[in-house]
Design a protein around this ligand. Structure first.
Ligand SMILES: [Cu+2]
Length: 145
């Protein structure tokens, strides 16, 4: 409770008076890559304080940044690009392995444990207003995919 209040206050300070909607980003992480690997998945928990939509983003570590969805379809893992991810008011939407995630495509360098990956998310309010969220994702090594 104490923590969410602090987050809320921080959000208010960062936002200009014209922007009332906020998205809390927690547990952001990026999977460490093997040498030569050109893509990496990113994961995080997003909680919006009003109905909003994640519409895209970017990162300096890769040429492209996409929103993806993964699921088992007839025994085959299927990955699809999404144009947007809905962030319903007050509901935490988890981007996690094997489900929704962001994807860094065309990595410029290997992503190693201990590094931080800066990324920018673009979120849209119900009235169409867009804002950018700066996120620092920690790098974790994980063998499970
Ligand atoms: Cu993907």
């Amino acid at each position: 409770m104490q923590r969410s209040l602090t987050m809320l206050l921080a959000g208010c300070l960062l936002a200009t008076s014209a922007v009332a909607d906020n998205v809390r980003v927690e547990n952001a992480w990026v999977r460490a890559t093997a040498p030569g690997q050109k893509v990496a998945g990113g994961f995080m928990d997003l909680t919006a304080d009003s109905d909003m939509t994640l519409v895209g983003g970017s990162s300096q570590v890769s040429r492209e940044f996409e929103l993806h969805f993964m699921r088992m379809q007839d025994g085959v893992m299927e990955m699809r690009q999404l144009q947007a991810i809905k962030l319903p008011k007050g509901k935490t939407v988890s981007l996690e392995p094997g489900d929704l995630h962001v994807m860094f495509i065309g990595l410029k360098n290997q992503i190693k444990p201990g590094q931080k990956v800066p990324l920018t998310l673009v979120v849209q309010s119900a009235d169409g207003t867009q804002q950018k969220l700066a996120v620092q994702a920690e790098v974790r090594s994980s063998n499970s995919h």
